[in-house]
Design a protein around this ligand. Structure first.
Ligand code: SAM
Ligand code: SF4
Length: 350
């Protein structure tokens, strides 16, 4: 099912009324997007219950997927014409694309000096991480919610924990820095959170917990059953001494906590209970080539169609600026009548 079949408005232009004549990606609330998330596939090797349906997402027909060359061109436009300062590849699972090294290598050549990061589940990463680093990958975030093999298998519907742990160790070994682990807070893995933190401390990788958002394909999320950051703090606090440090910078979503008075920290992203929408600096490109300015807004601008109809770089940049100008103020999860977006997290690119 494509964006259009899902009923997502995929339009070619947006109103620019009131927009200042500036090159970068500014919105009506004076936020500037510098951080680009590029989803490169809807496919995945896991089926995390808070993200994917058990059968996986409907396949995007090959002709609707951005090619490596198209991704590199759009990244180049984002950096050189729109002021993007960091690019992160995501999905679905970016490792599912055989041409990932080619995509990263192409971007490294066209936008030298711009950090090229990837968010991955790390399944099979150990066999590719050297090539990815050589191609120009600079940073990596691995999603790992538990180090209990049974919990992992039931949460992801796949028994792949050993491969994930091996992938994290391989990323550290090739010198990718920082290697960060992201864990979604779920009721079934909450009691294992201290073990996960201890494992990350032992391995020398940074850990961040994130509240579950209503972006699961199965629409099971409920405000009453999600684990809020406050509950995690009390569970971690029973084993570790935690002191609040604050955010690394105002647009950083994670609040950092010092662990046991040492150098190590743990980050907590309270995306639902303490929204950071007011400081959001993200713009997103879906695997089908639409610009999506907010996770929670189904309004998208189609760049792929314009690109394939011969639009030049400035025309594409102009469309992108329009998408950003119309970005919504916030996710609205707590608003009466909130409706989750049509796309789930794996179909947007987290
Ligand atoms: N497959 C890769 C991975 O898992 O890292 C990249 C794509 S995944 C959609 C990106 C991030 O979104 C992951 O860190 C994942 O944990 C997070 N995520 C997925 N569904 C979520 C949800 N409902 N709420 C919060 N985070 C979610
Ligand atoms: Fe796949 Fe990542 Fe979604 Fe898990 S969170 S199902 S690994 S895309």
């Amino acid at each position: 099912m494509t964006a259009v079949e899902m009923g997502i408005p995929s339009v070619r232009s947006a109103s620019l009324e009131g927009r200042p004549d500036v090159a970068h990606l500014v919105d009506r609330f004076a936020r500037v997007a510098r951080d680009l998330r590029v989803s490169i596939t809807e496919k995945c090797s896991l089926r995390c219950t808070y993200c994917m349906p058990e059968a996986g997402l409907p396949a995007i027909p090959a002709e609707r997927l951005l090619t490596a060359g198209e991704i590199v061109r759009l990244v180049e436009i984002a950096v050189h014409r729109l002021g993007v300062r960091e690019v992160r590849f995501t999905g679905g699972e970016p490792l599912m694309r055989a041409d990932l090294e080619h995509i990263i290598g192409g971007c490294a050549e066209k936008v030298p000096g711009i950090p090229l990061a990837m968010t991955t589940n790390a399944v099979g990463l150990e066999h590719r991480v050297r090539r990815l680093a050589d191609a120009g990958l600079t940073r990596i975030n691995v999603s790992l919610d538990t180090i209990d093999r049974d919990h992992f298998a039931s949460l992801t519907r796949r028994d792949r924990l050993p491969s994930v742990l091996a992938g994290i160790r391989a990323a550290v070994a090739v010198g990718l820095a920082p290697v960060k682990v992201n864990a979604v807070l779920m009721p079934e893995t909450l009691s294992g959170a201290p073990d996960l933190l201890q494992w990350c401390l032992d391995e020398g990788v940074a850990l961040r917990f994130i509240e579950e958002m209503p972006l699961d394909a199965d629409h099971e999320w409920a405000r009453g059953s999600m684990v809020p950051a406050e509950r995690l703090l009390s569970v971690l606090g029973a084993r570790f001494d935690l002191d609040e440090i604050g955010r690394d910078d105002p647009s950083a979503p994670a609040v950092q906590w010092r662990v046991d008075g040492g150098a190590a920290t743990v980050g907590i992203i309270a995306s639902v209970t303490r929204s950071f929408c007011a400081d959001c600096d993200r713009t997103r490109l879906t695997a089908e080539g639409t610009v999506r300015s907010c996770l929670f807004s189904d309004s998208e601008i189609d760049l792929r169609g314009a690109l394939r109809s011969g639009a030049d770089d400035e025309e594409l940049a102009h469309l992108w600026r329009g998408a950003m100008w119309n970005k919504s103020a916030g996710h609205g999860i707590d608003a009466a009548g909130f409706v989750p977006p049509l796309r789930s997290m794996g179909a947007i690119g987290g």
